[in-house]
Design a protein around this ligand. Structure first.
Ligand code: PRP
Ligand code: MG
Length: 170
C-alpha cells in the first residue's frame, strides 16, 4: 500500500511558497490510517516504551492509537494556556517569531522511557522543544517517530543521537 497516495499536496498553504502535506485523506481512509499506525507501532514495539508523548494537535491523531496498541499511556504536549495544572514551558524559534509548548510538570516520571510521536518533521523545532521538556522532567527519549519527514528542512540534524523514524520521506 502506497501511503503517499493518501497525502494531499497543497501548494501555497498556509502561505505562498509552502507546499503543505495534508494528512486528512489518510486519516479518513480506514485501511491507510491503520497501515500508518501499524508501521509506527512496528518501530515502537522494539523499544521499551513506558509512555508516548505527542504534540497538539496532529501528534494526538497518531500518538494516541500507537499508545493503545502498545498498551502504554499518552501524555499531551500542548500550546500555551490549555493545561490546567502546573506546567513546564519551552519556547522555540520559528522562521519568523517564536512558539511555546507546555506539558504538565508531573506528566513524565524520572527514569520513564518516552517515545515521541508526531505527524510531521519539518524544521524540528517542535520536537526538539518536546525532547527538552521530557528530559527536564527526567524522562529518557527512547525514540521519535513521524508519519512524514520533510528532508529538505533538515529537522533530523537537531535530533542527532536520537533514534528517529519516519514512515514517509519527501
Ligand atoms: C506542525 C506539525 C508538526 C510541526 C512540525 O504542527 O504537525 O507538529 O508543525 O514543524 P517543525 O518541525 O518545523 O516544528 P503545527 O504547529 O502546525 O500545528 P498542529 O499540529 O496543531 O496542526
Ligand atoms: Mg503539529
Amino acid at each position: 500500500m502506497d501511503l503517499k497516495e493518501y497525502i494531499a499536496d497543497i501548494p501555497d498553504f498556509p502561505e505562498p511558497g509552502v507546499l503543505f502535506r495534508d494528512v486528512t485523506p489518510l486519516l479518513a481512509d480506514k485501511d491507510a490510517y491503520k497501515e500508518a499506525i501499524r508501521l509506527l507501532v512496528d518501530f515502537a514495539k522494539e523499544k521499551d516504551v513506558d509512555v508516548i508523548a505527542g504534540p497538539e494537535a496532529r501528534g494526538f491523531l497518531f500518538g494516541c492509537p500507537v499508545a493503545t496498541e502498545l498498551n502504554c499511556g499518552f501524555v499531551p504536549v500542548r500550546k500555551p494556556g490549555k493545561l490546567p495544572r502546573k506546567v513546564v514551558t519551552k519556547s522555540y524559534d520559528l522562521e519568523y517569531g517564536s512558539n511555546e509548548i507546555q506539558m504538565h510538570s508531573d506528566s513524565i516520571q524520572p527514569g520513564q522511557n518516552v517515545l515521541i510521536v508526531d505527524d510531521l518533521l519539518a524544521t524540528g523545532g517542535t520536537v526538539q522543544a518536546t525532547v527538552s521538556l521530557i528530559e527536564q522532567m527526567g524522562g529518557n527519549v527512547v525514540g521519535i517517530a513521524f508519519l512524514i519527514e520533510l528532508e529538505a528542512l533538515k529537522g533530523r540534524k537537531l535530533l542527532t543521537g536520537y533514534d528517529v523514524y519516519s514512515v514517509l520521506k519527501y
